[in-house]
Design a protein around this ligand. Structure first.
Ligand code: MN3
Length: 240
C-alpha cells in the first residue's frame, strides 16, 4: 500500500467517524426537540451525608440518584409522547393534570408528581435550618396555634397515610395554610393548592435507617426542616 493510499484511507475513516458523531448529535437533539430530555434531575443542594444522622447518606444517595432520577426519566418518556406538553413547567402540567392526554396521564401524574415533589423536598431540608419568622410565623400561629402544633398535625397526617404518600403544608386558593396528605406521588398542585413543605413518607425515604418505624423518621425529620426555605415558599405562594 502506498503512503498516499494509507493516508487517504486513514483520512476517510476519520471523516466517517466524524460523520457518525455528527449524525448521533443530530439524532440526540431531534429526540430532545420531540420532548425527551426536557426535564432534568436537579442536583442535591448539599452532600448526601449533610443531614446525618437524621437522614443517612445511603438513603439520600439512593433516594435522589435512583428514585428521583427514575421519575425524571419516565416523565420525559411520557412527555415525548404528548407534544402539547412541550415547553410547559412541571407545575403548570400538574395544575392542569386533567388536560394531559389520557394515554400518558397516569405516567405524568406519577412521574411528574414524583419529580415536582422531590424537587421541593430537597430544598426544604437543611441541617440546623432556621425557625419560622415574620409573617410566616404569624400565619402558623393563626392556623395551628404554633410551630409545635403544626409539627404534630404534619406528623399525624404522615402517620395516617396508609402505604406510600406525602404529608404536606399547603397554601390554599384562599391564601390560608393547611395540612393534608396525598397518596403515591399526587401533588396538592393537582387540587389547586400550592405545596410549600412536603414530607415524603414512602418507605424508600426512611426504611434503610428506620425500617418500619415511620414515627421515628417523622420525629427526626423535624431536626432538618429548613423553615426559612419553607417561609420563602409561603411568601411566594401568597404573593408577598
Ligand atoms: Mn421519595
Amino acid at each position: 500500500m502506498s503512503e498516499m493510499t494509507r493516508r487517504q484511507l486513514v483520512g476517510r475513516a476519520a471523516a466517517t467517524a466524524m460523520g457518525a458523531a455528527a449524525g448521533w448529535t443530530r439524532a440526540s437533539s431531534a429526540r430532545a426537540e420531540a420532548g425527551g430530555g426536557a426535564f432534568t434531575l436537579p442536583a442535591l443542594p448539599y452532600a448526601e451525608d449533610a443531614l446525618e444522622p437524621s437522614i443517612d447518606a445511603m438513603t439520600m444517595g439512593i433516594h435522589h440518584g435512583k428514585h428521583h432520577a427514575a421519575y425524571v426519566s419516565k416523565l420525559n418518556d411520557a412527555v415525548a409522547q404528548a407534544p402539547g406538553l412541550k415547553g410547559k413547567s412541571i407545575e403548570e402540567i400538574l395544575r392542569n393534570i386533567n388536560d394531559v392526554p389520557e394515554a400518558v396521564r397516569t405516567a405524568v401524574r406519577n412521574n411528574g408528581g414524583g419529580h415536582a415533589n422531590h424537587s421541593l423536598f430537597w430544598t426544604i431540608l437543611k441541617k440546623g435550618g432556621a425557625q419560622p419568622g415574620g409573617g410566616f410565623s404569624k400565619a402558623i400561629e393563626g392556623a395551628f396555634g404554633g410551630i409545635d402544633a403544626l409539627k404534630k398535625v404534619l406528623t399525624d397526617a404522615g402517620m395516617a397515610r396508609f402505604g406510600s404518600g406525602w404529608s404536606w403544608l399547603v397554601v390554599g386558593a384562599d391564601k390560608k395554610l393547611a395540612v393534608e396528605s396525598s397518596a403515591n406521588q399526587d401533588s396538592p398542585l393537582m387540587e389547586g393548592r400550592t405545596p410549600i413543605l412536603g414530607i415524603d413518607v414512602w418507605e424508600h425515604a426512611y426504611y434503610l435507617k428506620y425500617q418500619n418505624r415511620r414515627n421515628e423518621y417523622l420525629a427526626a425529620i423535624f431536626n432538618v426542616i429548613d423553615w426559612e426555605a419553607v417561609g420563602k415558599n409561603y411568601e411566594k405562594a401568597v404573593g408577598y
